[in-house]
Design a protein around this ligand. Structure first.
Ligand code: S3P
Length: 434
């Protein structure tokens, strides 16, 4: 429970936001599949990444970290160690982490390790058919509770080649197949017309992996034996998003966010905020194969409404809750379509973003696949109001920013869940608001 008061004279300061969650998961999983030592610099320290790290340890990787977790060394015998593992059932609890679940289901179905996967209440309601279907088409035998957790992976994939056309814009599904191929040593050919996040593809060559990308088509040869390498993890644009919007909306603000990953498959929010008239400037560099930028954001007097449709959604899927908040302060009607996936994230983000922001006076209509937001509306209530993140980390952090720009007193219930992706969120909030 936290009380958020609008008593800041503006957000100011320079911070490095937490490291990228997607890249941290992938670095740990590829380190498990690789033979030798992988050094991961600046992995994200968060509950979701702990789920993946605990899992790779259970699967035989040795993980050694320095005290502040900035250097993670993963020592593994590689994928052959997994294929030769004993037949006893291994139990995993992946807590809240959809990425851990879907990516490691691919790995497990590739190796033939018998496994049972459970998770928390939120994860247990999320759809798993999207990974069960391709993996069973490739010959794996997977039991589930009507396509939900618990999953039991009984036998591995048998197909010689994993040919797959991605049916929805989900990087998690793409990676389940890609990692099943790498773990099993089968060749892979995936068509991804949605251009979902491509961190695995960018990281793989450093592990000695061979990958060809031709327009939408991703091809991997059979029998790849990866070797340990070094991965540097940049800052997470999904975490930076909260400050990009907060500093745009709060008067007298200027915030610099350093080393933010601006991979085009992730950076949709930057294009959206620029269309809306936000005041952003960039100093671009690179960390490994990932483009990064120091981003400076200053208050914007007038934001304009915009339109976001299906094609842009995969590049900003996790940022939509905070984009909706920005839209409540923009002049005109913002229309967001093609985002029905938001209904099956850590919570039903279409309904809950609408319900919670409406409590503050926002004019939002939830649609089947998005939102219609009319602005600007003063987020102002006369009575103290309690907002609820419903156990969803991104909803909680968006509501904290809404509380900051609201003119009344807002209490935020259920805030511990920020630990899933951004454990230091409230510390950074205090630091930037002085
Ligand atoms: C992720 C992909 C996205 C995103 C999630 C992380 C990943 O999910 O929402 O937070 O690391 O691959 P989908 O690919 O299922 O949309």
């Amino acid at each position: 429970m936290q009380e958020i008061r609008q008593n800041t004279t503006g957000l100011a300061g320079t911070i490095r936001v937490p490291s990228d969650k997607s890249i941290s998961h992938r670095a740990l999983i590829l380190a498990l599949l690789a033979k030798g030592t992988t050094t991961i610099n600046h992995r994200l320290i968060s509950a979701d990444v702990t789920a993946t790290m605990t899992a790779i340890q259970k699967l035989g990787a040795n993980v050694i970290e320095n005290d502040d977790h900035t250097i993670t060394k993963v020592v593994s015998e590689g994928r052959t160690m997994l294929i030769n593992k004993s037949q006893a059932l291994v139990a995993f609890d992946f807590a809240n982490s959809g990425t851990t679940t879907r990516l490691l289901t691919g790995v497990l179905a590739g190796t033939g390790i018998k496994a049972k996967i459970t998770g928390d209440t939120s994860l247990s309601t999320r759809p798993m058919q999207r990974v069960i279907k391709p993996l069973t088409t490739f010959g794996a035998q997977i039991d589930s509770n009507n396509n939900h957790l618990p999953l039991i992976i009984n036998t591995p994939i048998t197909a010689d080649k994993l040919l797959f056309e991605l049916p929805l814009g989900s990087a998690q599904v793409k990676n389940a197949v890609l990692l099943a191929g790498l773990a099993s040593g089968k060749a892979v050919e995936i068509s991804d017309k949605f251009k979902t996040r491509d961190h695995t593809e960018r990281m793989l060559p450093a592990f000695g992996g061979e990958i060809t990308i031709n327009d939408d088509r991703i091809t991997l040869p059979a029998d790849q034996n990866l070797v340990g390498t070094t991965v540097d993890v940049p800052g997470d644009i999904s975490a930076a998003a909260f400050w990009l919007v907060a500093a745009s909306l709060v008067d007298n603000s200027e915030v610099t966010l350093t080393s933010v990953n601006v991979n085009p498959t992730r950076a949709g929010i930057l294009a959206v905020l620029e269309r809306m008239g936000a005041n952003l400037s960039f100093k671009i560099s690179a960390i490994g194969k990932e483009p990064v930028a120091d981003i400076t954001v200053k208050t914007t007097k007038h934001l304009q409404a915009t339109t976001i449709s299906a094609q842009e959604v995969p590049s900003l899927i996790d940022e939509l809750p905070i984009i909706v908040l920005a839209a409540t302060q923009a002049t005109g009607t913002t229309i967001i379509t093609g985002a029905s996936e938001l209904r099956v994230k850590e919570s039903n983000r279409i309904d809950l973003v609408t319900t919670e922001l409406t409590k503050l006076g926002a004019d939002i209509t939830a649609t089947t696949d998005g939102f219609i937001i009319k602005g600007p509306t003063k987020l102002q209530v006369n009575e103290p109001v309690t907002l609820n993140g419903h156990g969803d980390h991104r909803l909680t952090m968006m509501l904290a920013i809404a509380g900051l720009i609201n003119k009344g007193v807002v209490t935020l219930a259920d805030t511990d869940n920020v630990a899933v992706s951004y454990p230091t969120f409230f510390q950074d909030l205090r630091r930037l608001t002085k």
